[in-house]
Design a protein around this ligand. Structure first.
Ligand code: KIV
Ligand code: NA
Length: 265
């Protein structure tokens, strides 16, 4: 199979071909997602929520991100693997940012890193790219700043924040980012900024005009019970499927029906 690279992703925008991205955090899931034909796998710091059960993405560590990333990389044959730099591993110190990115690349074998923010992290982005590490940006709702925002509602509805986002995407393009995630912003603004840059935008809750789409795999297959924001299309209800399987197993074991004659040595 031909591997997807950052160049492939950029060519897709030029050809008007949409980019499909999903998260994965472990070997088994990444195998299925890669074989399903996904273009980009994001080892998101949403692992903090869906894997570790934290309320926010802030607690996850660089070591934990590397563990998830290495597990995913071992599974992937085709997709581009992008890894989130976790909270505290890059903000405000470009040397530390570079060291964190280098650790991810060396210790996991991933292909690129993702950082949240615009102008504030410009120096870090430039320094990482100078070292030869591709960077994906992330604007709009940036969950590592949740305590600054206060809520997970739609961002950049007001003119001032929309203006800053328009500037930030140009800063990220100028700094050399190969792509940018746009999270939870109005579709109209997403279209405007998508048209304003050469690099592909990948939306989550950012409407149909982005160059690509991303969802958290656990949400998309219905593993996260009760999480149903408007932007989420749930393709399966695996919570119910697995819950049903567990109930059947418990019933079988309790009734002495498992294992049967054929299922033993
Ligand atoms: O961590 C994550 O899953 C993400 C996506 C939602 C873009 O950053
Ligand atoms: Na993230």
């Amino acid at each position: 199979v031909k591997r997807i690279t950052t160049n492939t992703i950029q060519e897709m925008k030029q050809k008007g071909e949409k980019i499909a991205m999903l998260t994965s955090y472990d070997y088994s899931m990444a195998t299925i997602v890669d074989e399903g034909g996904i273009d980009v796998i994001l080892v998101g710091d949403s692992a903090s929520n869906v894997m570790a059960g934290h309320e926010t993405t802030l607690p996850i560590t660089l070591d934990q991100m590397i563990y998830h990333a290495a597990s995913v990389v071992r599974a992937v044959k085709r997709a581009l693997v992008v890894v989130d730099l976790p909270f505290g591993s890059y903000q405000g110190n470009s040397k530390e940012a570079l060291n964190s990115a280098i650790r991810i690349m060396k210790e996991s074998g991933a292909h690129a890193v993702k950082l949240e923010g615009g102008l504030e992290i410009r120096e870090s982005v430039e320094r990482i790219i100078t070292a030869g590490i591709p960077v994906m940006g992330h604007l709009g709702l940036t969950p590592q700043s949740i305590y600054k925002f206060g809520t997970y509602t739609v961002r950049a509805k007001e003119e001032a924040e929309a203006e800053k986002l328009k500037q930030d995407i140009l800063v990220l393009q100028e700094a050399g980012c190969f792509s940018v995630v746009l999270e939870k912003i109005p579709a109209k603004l997403a279209k405007e900024v998508t048209d304003s840059v050469k690099i592909p935008t990948i939306g989550i809750g950012a409407g149909q005009h982005c160059d690509g789409q991303v969802l958290v795999i656990n949400d998309m297959i219905g593993l996260t019970k009760g999480f149903k924001p408007r932007f989420l299309r749930q393709y399966l209800n695996l919570f119910e499927e697995i819950n049903g399987a567990v109930q059947s197993y418990v019933k079988d074991v309790k009734a002495g029906g498992f294992p049967n004659e054929k299922e033993q040595y």
